[in-house]
Design a protein around this ligand. Sequence first.
Ligand SMILES: Cc1cc2nc3c(=O)[nH]c(=O)nc-3n(C[C@H](O)[C@H](O)[C@H](O)COP(=O)(O)OP(=O)(O)OC[C@H]3O[C@@H](n4cnc5c(N)ncnc54)[C@H](O)[C@@H]3O)c2cc1C
Length: 298
Amino acid sequence: MELLRNQLVCAGVRVEANTSLRRYSSFRIGGNARLGLFPKNREELLVCLETVRRCGVPFLVIGNASNVVFSDSGFDGAVIFTTAWKELSLHGNRMYVSAGTPLISVATAAHEAALTGAEFAYGIPATLGGAVFMNAGAFGGCMADICETSAYYDTQTGEMRTLCGAEQAFANRTSIYEKNPHYTILSAELVLREGDKEAIGVQMRDYMERRRKTQPLEYPSAGSVFKRPVGYYAGKLIEDCGLKGTRVGGAEVSIKHAGFIINRGNATADDVRRLVELIQERVLKESGVTLECEIRFL
Ligand SMILES: Cc1cc2nc3c(=O)[nH]c(=O)nc-3n(C[C@H](O)[C@H](O)[C@H](O)COP(=O)(O)OP(=O)(O)OC[C@H]3O[C@@H](n4cnc5c(N)ncnc54)[C@H](O)[C@@H]3O)c2cc1C
């Protein structure tokens, strides 16, 4: 680990020892990682990936940590955060975006250029990489609609590849990347359409307002806990079981939106896991629907 640290520091990468994962996660949950790595450009991210691969150090690639529950015991390896690498460029209606770019910047840049298609992304607290990985979406739109290609680095082989269209295997909050954890998304090419700047702005503000009204944004969370089951809404099924406000330790089913679990201040990953299991059991028993987790326990 010391060798890895020295090599990365020499390459100019910001390295943090004993990184608090809780501090970086939107849920404010998690122990410490041995090392936190913060590459600020493509070269530094590739150096991080190549070095952890060569040194055989266990690692995780994380974006904005808005869909993950880090373990209470932390991570005995290196966590590579992509958030310092923000690059976005527009060529006509095509947008080239680096893994660490906030999705909100994608929506804002599209709006400024009067391009439509990315409005749904406004308000999703993701990085581009995390959004492609999860096929993030809202209000009827998702990454699959706009992500034409994505480039990744394969830590098993050390190769880089670009996937086009259907090769990315986007589906309900998943993609080829979820099935291949050794692929690290480097960047993506988004394709948007010409639109009316004012109408795009109105739509974005409306989406943000709807989030503020319906989601418990005042508490730490990881967004919707469960994927939307076909033909149902997870939040409604949970609410119908009378589970709003149910607590396990510091984790609580939000009263504002039953699809969210919030951290009331001192929740642990174990509290969240036990509350998730309780919800799944009750919903299955009362409605026969199996709820599949969207949040990722790491
Ligand atoms: C208040 C709130 C509202 C939310 N609203 C929505 C919503 O409307 N729609 C929605 O879909 N989601 C929503 N989410 C969930 C979350 O923002 C999305 O799932 C998002 O896509 C996660 O992006 P991230 O950068 O935070 O990824 P992370 O949480 O950092 O990571 C998620 C997964 O992606 C992997 N990953 C991240 N970056 C890379 C990379 N470069 N290469 C390979 N793997 C990578 C990680 O290893 C992890 O397994 C919400 C969350 C919160 C807290």
